[in-house]
Ligand binder design. Sequence first.
Ligand SMILES: Nc1ncnc2c1ncn2[C@@H]1O[C@H](COP(=O)(O)OP(=O)(O)O)[C@@H](O)[C@H]1O
Ligand SMILES: [Mg+2]
Length: 261
Amino acid sequence: MSVPPILKVDGLYKRFGGLIAINNVSFEIAPGEVKGLIGPNGAGKSTTFDMITGVRPPTSGDIWFKAGRITNQPAHTRSPLGMARTFQIVRLFRGLSVLDNVLMGLQPKFPDGLFASLARLGSLRKQESESRDKAIQLLEFVGLADRAGHPIEALTLGQARLVDIARALASEPQLLMLDEPAAGLNDAETRNLGNMLAILKDRGMTMLLVEHDLDFIMKACDTIVVMDHGVKIADGSPAEVCRNRDVIAAYIGRRAADAEH
Ligand SMILES: Nc1ncnc2c1ncn2[C@@H]1O[C@H](COP(=O)(O)OP(=O)(O)O)[C@@H](O)[C@H]1O
Ligand SMILES: [Mg+2]
C-alpha cells in the first residue's frame, strides 16, 4: 500500500485574462520527499507556487494538503495546518533583531493584524525559556546563533535567507516550500544552503523547491517537476528529467531564442 501524499495538486488551471498561465498541472509530494519545480522563464513556476501557498486562487483544479482540500484557503490559514514558506525577496522585519525575526515565525501569520503580532512578540520575548530556546536552536542550526542580537539589516543576503528558513522552521511545518532559495547567493553560500537542505531532508522534512539554479536543484531533489508554457512536461528523478527530450528542447530552445536577442 502506498503512503498518501502530503501535497496533491490536481488539474490546476490559472487564467490571466486571455492567457492560460497554468494548464492542467497535477503532481504529488510524498512525506519526506524533496520535490523541485523548474522551467524556463514564464513557465508558470511562481504562479503554481503562489496557488500552493495560497497567495492567489486557481481558476480551477484543486490543492490537497494532508487529505484536506485547501484550494481556496487564504495564505495565513495554511501555516497552522503545517505549511511554511520562504520568500525569494526576503521579507524579514527591519528594525527587529535576528532572534526576534525567528520568534515571529513561532506565531500564526498575523490573522489579527501586524500590530497584534508585534504585541505578542513582546510576550514571546518574555517567555524566556521555551520560545527563545527554540529560536536560538534554529539559529544554531542555520549557523547564525552568534548574530541573534544583531539587527536584521546587518546581515548579508545569504544570511538573511538562512534566517528566513529558521523563521519558517519555527512553526514546525510538515511541508517547507522554498521560493528560489539560491537566487543571488554566491557559490559558498549556495553550497552552505545545499548542505542545510540535505540535513533537513535527512531529518525527514518534506520540501518543495522552486529554483532557477539547475545544478543546485539536481543535487537537492528526489524528484523534479518541469514546466514549460504553463504545462507540466516532465516529472521524475533528476536523471530522468535530464534525459527527457521535451525538457532538453524547452531549455535549449529557450537558450537559443535568448541568444538571438
Ligand atoms: N499577475 C499576472 N497577470 C498577468 N499575467 C501574469 C501574471 N503573473 C504571471 N503572468 C504570466 O503567466 C505566465 C507564467 O508566469 P510565472 O508563473 O511568473 O512564470 P515563472 O515563474 O516560471 O517565470 C507568464 O506568461 C506571465 O507573464
Ligand atoms: Mg517566477
